[in-house]
Design a binder for this molecule. Structure first.
Ligand code: ASP
Ligand code: CP
Length: 310
């Protein structure tokens, strides 16, 4: 995202000179949030609308909080009770919101490319809050901020992204961001859950957790996205956990003190055990959530300065 970009639709194509300043700005918001001194005038008079066609806990609430902390008028539309149920299309819904002089439109949709389509049709700055299996750019930014705060840099680190990579927009955004910032990325999972030719994105592929986790600095676990699976791609949750679930035994294969991450929501006992998820020093899963608010504040800040209505 260049300072002049109107929208945040994807990480793909972003370069370190665009990513690093955004993380720096988010870093400053972490401190402001902790001291309760975020600048409430930054987005005064601006309207942010959350439009979530898929379920969300973290992303929706953190965008809401981020907007409110910066003084925006924030509306979270409940799609379940909206006129979408009366047959109104995505484009007509967006055009309706646009006509209300919405400045920032945060969109999550099951169809890859839906936010990009909207971005061509509305005046508002569009932020992709997760589109199908494509991208989840603010998740990758918050993950990067979390790692950077713990390890000072992303360059030279080895990160293993494990599990259902095939259906994960989190994995895709992280692969683009981490490789751009000089990390080495491994994807680890059963052959049925690793996309064909993913090596083209500059990652190495492992089907065995022992080799995939060997010596890594960061272990990022992914949820099995059953809602995107047309048919059972894994035998059973118990079997999956045995081979691919992160527990203390498997975590010991990573570098000592390796960070444990998960975008949430977690399915404990399926892709991660509770002792690892709640590990007092290695798990940064709660920190990821805190960074999510700061990153979203930074994104709203930058887009409202330079966006169409900025
Ligand atoms: N919350 C993330 C997403 O919406 C990851 C997940 O649902 O597993 O992509
Ligand atoms: N990580 C993430 O996007 O969580 P939600 O689906 O709860 O927003």
């Amino acid at each position: 995202m260049l300072p002049t970009d109107r929208h945040l639709l994807a990480i793909e194509g972003m370069l370190p000179p665009q990513i690093a300043p955004l993380l720096d700005l988010a870093e400053s918001y972490v401190l402001l949030n902790r001291t309760g001194t975020a600048p409430r005038e930054r987005l005064r008079g601006r309207t942010l609308i959350n439009l979530f066609f898929e379920d969300s806990t973290r992303t929706r609430t953190s965008f809401e909080l981020a907007g409110k902390r910066l003084g925006a008028d924030v509306i979270t539309m409940s799609v379940a009770t909206s006129s979408v149920n009366k047959g109104e299309t995505l484009l007509d819904t967006a055009a309706t919101l646009n006509a209300m002089q919405c400045d920032l439109l945060v969109v999550r949709h099951a169809a890859s490319g839906a936010p990009a389509l909207l971005a061509r049709k509305v005046e508002a700055a569009v932020i992709n809050a997760g589109d199908g299996t494509h991208e989840h750019p603010t998740q990758a930014l918050l993950d990067a901020l979390t790692i950077r705060r713990r390890r000072a840099t992303l360059e030279g680190l080895t990160v293993a992204i494990c599990g259902d990579v095939l259906h994960s927009r989190v994995a895709r955004s992280n692969i683009h961001l981490l490789t751009a910032m000089g990390s080495r990325v491994r994807v680890v999972g059963p052959p049925t859950l690793i996309p064909a030719e993913i090596e083209r994105l500059g990652v190495s592929v492992h089907h065995d957790m022992r080799t995939g986790l060997a010596g890594v600095d960061v272990v990022m676990m992914l949820r099995l996205q059953q809602e995107r699976m047309a048919r059972g791609l894994v035998p059973s949750a118990r079997e999956y956990f045995r081979f691919y679930g992160l527990d203390a035994t498997k975590l010991a294969w990573a570098a000592p003190g390796a960070l444990v991450m998960h975008p949430g929501p977690m399915n404990r006992g399926v892709e991660i055990s509770s002792d690892v998820a709640d590990h007092p020093t290695q798990s940064v899963i709660r920190e990821q959530v805190e960074m999510g608010v700061a990153v979203r504040m930074a994104v709203l800040d930058v887009l409202s300065r330079h966006g169409a209505n900025g």
